[in-house]
Design a protein around this ligand. Structure first.
Ligand code: SIN
Length: 302
């Protein structure tokens, strides 16, 4: 009942793990797969090992989490060993892998994408991390840079390429237009919203990086509006992400235009099996309303 097809790839359900949570090791990905996800997205991986920002890198705030991890990862060569260790098992479980990557420029993105390609079903371009200077949103806030990165990756690989967009821009349509013009196969929206928290006793920002990206319940209405606008303007599939905790949240994103959704912070609040719970909640809704999954995608625009 929940099977979907995105860019010619079959998914057992449309509820995926978002990048950044439980994506650093093969065993963590396996745990999420067992929790019922239709696909797992890796932590964003770069060309070389990166220790990320100093601690504290994450703090719970009203409505979610603020994080400034700084894209920590072991580098693509070492990370591929993690994927190789679980890929066959995930395939047997019918779980797809989305490889999230980042780079400082088009050459670096293309090089990482080429190395990642053989082991994943889709490549997701992180041009949206709000707190890694020179990376992420530095590219994704600039239409020309976004275009050249997406164009270079599209030229380098054969698997479908999705661009993950930042909401921290004046006009998201301008950025989305650039990446669609570059030939991406789909859009992922949204990455975290820039924010800050101050420890009033210490009289200092809590995060070592001073500011970070807000995820969780508080950003859901922002994500819904972005997905709505993308659906109105583009014909490529959209994966909605931001504040999804329940089947109702996922359905809201789908009614705005998302063909699938990703969950990150929700794993903390509802456990590893949030994916199965959200799928069951979607199925119950579809039965109650006598609708199919396909019918609800974009239904709020009619
Ligand atoms: C991080 O690892 O710094 C978070 C990634 C992101 O916000 O895209």
């Amino acid at each position: 009942m929940l099977k979907i097809n995105l860019c010619g790839i079959e998914f057992r359900n449309p509820v995926f793990l978002a990048s950044g949570i439980m994506g650093e090791t093969g065993s963590a990905l396996k745990r999420i797969a067992k929790g019922g996800a239709g696909a797992v997205t890796t932590k964003s991986i770069g060309l070389n090992p990166n220790p990320g920002h100093r601690n504290p890198t994450i703090v719970e705030v009203y409505g979610g989490f603020l994080n400034a991890m700084g894209l920590p990862n072991p580098g693509i060569d070492e990370y591929l060993e993690e994927i190789k260790g679980v890929r066959d098992e995930l395939n047997r479980m019918d779980i797809r892998i989305i490889g999230s990557i980042y780079g400082k420029d088009e050459e670096e993105f293309a090089e990482v994408a080429k190395k990642m390609e053989e082991y994943v079903d889709i490549i997701e371009l992180n041009i949206s991390c709000p707190h890694a200077k020179g990376y992420g949103a530095t590219i994704g806030q600039n239409p020309d840079l976004s275009y050249s990165v997406c164009k270079a990756v599209k030229k380098a690989v054969k698997v479908p390429v999705f661009a993950k967009l930042t909401p921290n821009v004046t006009d998201i349509i301008e950025i989305a237009q650039a990446v669609v013009d570059a030939g991406v196969d789909g859009l992922v929206a949204i990455n975290t919203v820039r924010g800050m928290a101050i420890d009033i006793k210490a009289k200092k920002p809590i995060l070592a990086n001073k500011f970070g990206g807000l995820s969780g319940r508080a950003i859901k209405p922002i994500g819904i509006k972005v997905v709505w606008d993308l659906y109105e303007n583009f014909d490529v599939p959209i994966i909605g992400v931001g504040g999804i905790m329940s089947g109702e949240d996922a359905i809201e994103y789908m009614m705005a235009g998302a063909s699938a959704v990703q969950i990150g912070s929700g794993v903390y609040y509802r456990g590893y099996d949030i994916f199965k719970k959200v799928c069951d909640e979607i199925i119950n809704f579809l039965k109650e309303e006598n609708l199919t999954l396909k019918e609800i995608v974009g239904i709020a625009h009619e």
